[in-house]
Design a binder for this molecule. Structure first.
Ligand code: ZN
Length: 253
């Protein structure tokens, strides 16, 4: 059974989400977002796995206790999917450390779109993760740079996302283990839009598409990529056996 946790900065209740968004954006809040994802971002992402008998999906948000990710929930998560934009600072440092500890022992993590600037991604990368951007709703073409990679399986090379926020190079990340996808934007910029890392025993995938005002996560190619990414990021069977078995003995001395 794959245990997926979807973590976003949207309250599970769309109306509550709108209330918080209004506090940030002022009147109107996430009106456009609500149009693209009336069910809420967390549930829209969870829907990608709807009907999968071998999956359980938990939807949580930064508004809940422990920033929505308790030790217990993380212990019962195989792959964490994270979408975030404006509430990066709301996430406590200890929450980030808790997640990192689980990544190091094998939990997979998929960071989406503006999660590039989250505390978690910066912590995993050790760099600023800065990039250039422009919000103009341009089209983006996604090229497969690593066709042999499991995340690229069955994905059409060069498919188009009709409207997306432009993210461009330079992208201040460490050299990826694999650059699976490259994005090319209507305005001419290019971006390493799908990159992988390993941290400890855990697999990390950052995927750029998914600006909240466009229904990107309803597009079939994107759905395919995210499903592939979950299967790729599943922990190895030895997740709970990490760490030096002699450590306790050494500490006793
Ligand atoms: Zn965005």
């Amino acid at each position: 059974m794959k245990r997926i946790t979807v973590w976003t900065e949207y309250h599970n209740d769309a109306k509550e989400s709108e209330k918080y968004a209004t506090q940030i954006y002022g009147k109107g809040g996430y009106g456009e977002l609500i149009k693209a994802y009336p069910e809420g971002m967390g549930f829209a992402l969870a829907d990608i796995f709807k009907g999968d008998k071998d999956c359980t999906v938990t939807v949580t948000s930064v508004y809940e206790k422990n920033d929505g990710l308790s030790e217990e929930l993380l212990s019962n998560t195989d792959v964490l999917i994270y979408w975030a934009h404006l509430m990066h600072d709301k996430v406590q440092d200890e929450t980030v450390e808790r997640i990192v500890r689980h990544v190091n022992t094998g939990m997979g993590v998929i960071l989406l779109h503006s999660a590039h600037h989250s505390k978690l991604f910066k912590r995993l990368c050790g760099t600023t993760c800065d990039l250039t951007w422009r919000e103009a709703g341009e089209y983006e073409r996604i090229w497969t740079a690593a066709p042999y990679h499991p995340i690229a399986a069955g994905v059409e090379n060069g498919f188009v996302i009709p409207h997306e926020e432009m993210y461009g190079e330079p992208f201040d990340i460490p050299e990826p283990e694999t650059t699976v996808f490259l994005g090319w934007f209507e305005g001419g910029e290019v971006f390493r839009s799908g990159v992988t890392y390993t941290r400890g025993y855990g697999k990390v995938f950052y995927f750029q598409p998914g600006h909240e005002t466009f229904p990107v996560y309803k597009q079939k190619e994107i759905i395919r990529i995210l499903r592939n990414a979950v299967n790729w990021a599943l922990p190895a069977a030895h997740r709970t056996e990490t760490g030096c078995p002699n450590r306790k003995e050494f500490l006793k001395r």
